[in-house]
Design a protein around this ligand. Structure first.
Ligand code: ADP
Length: 199
């Protein structure tokens, strides 16, 4: 099974592209969805979060209290690294288990959708190739604002905190241009790469 990493900035079109490949039979392994599940009520990271940060960081439903966590990270920036030290290894385990299941089902390609692939260096050794979805910051801002309640300044702040376009492109084996405001143009590239991947 080929392990293809897929990354790109917020709103670049990662999930849209992953969905196109999943429709052709690829296994879509979503690192963010795993991270969310681990911090949802009863999630696999909750016990460690309780031990590390105390009961105040777990809400009554048993999920990570995101507002309390944001306040803590604002007051104590090292809390972010402590939270990541809990969550990242668990995300790694969950994605590895999903990849093993996909291989056992006979999938030819697993797409690892990882927003922070370039920022967190440890993924490279687990992947055979890296695909990057690329578009301008302005397009990222327009797409993200259209699908969420985030303001322009909030999206810009997220973009500024992520890897740059140049850093992502430097890490890419394949670059997918998703600047055109057309899903058909993206679909055409998805199709071409799917043929190359023998999907
Ligand atoms: P990401 O997963 O990278 O954050 P998404 O795949 O969720 O980005 O795309 C962000 C938004 O932009 C979605 O609403 C999606 O439908 C839309 N979108 C993505 N690519 C295109 C495109 N080529 N043309 C029009 N809309 C697009």
């Amino acid at each position: 099974m080929l392990r293809l990493g897929l990354t790109g900035g917020i709103g670049s079109g990662k999930s849209t592209l992953a969905r196109m490949w999943a429709a052709r039979g690829a296994a879509w392994i979503d690192a963010d969805a795993n991270a969310r599940a681990l911090t949802a009520p009863g999630g696999g990271a909750i016990a460690a979060i309780r031990t590390q940060f105390g009961e105040a960081l777990v809400d009554p439903s048993g999920a990570l209290d995101r507002a309390a966590m944001r306040a803590l990270v604002f007051a104590q920036p090292q809390a972010r690294q402590q939270l990541e030290a809990i969550i990242h290894p668990l995300v790694g385990q969950a994605t590895a288990a999903q990849a093993a299941q996909a291989a056992a089902r006979g999938c030819r390609v697993a797409v690892f959708d990882i927003p922070l692939l370039v920022e967190s260096g440890h993924w490279a050794q687990r992947l055979d190739a890296v695909a990057v979805v690329d578009c301008s910051a302005e397009t990222q801002i327009q797409r993200t604002m259209a699908r969420s309640s985030l303001e322009r300044s909030a999206v810009q702040a997220i973009i500024d905190a992520q890897a740059s376009r140049a850093q992502r492109r430097a890490a890419a084996d394949i670059v997918i241009d998703n600047e055109a405001p057309s899903l058909a143009a993206l679909e055409a590239q998805a199709e071409q790469i799917a043929i190359w991947l023998q999907l």
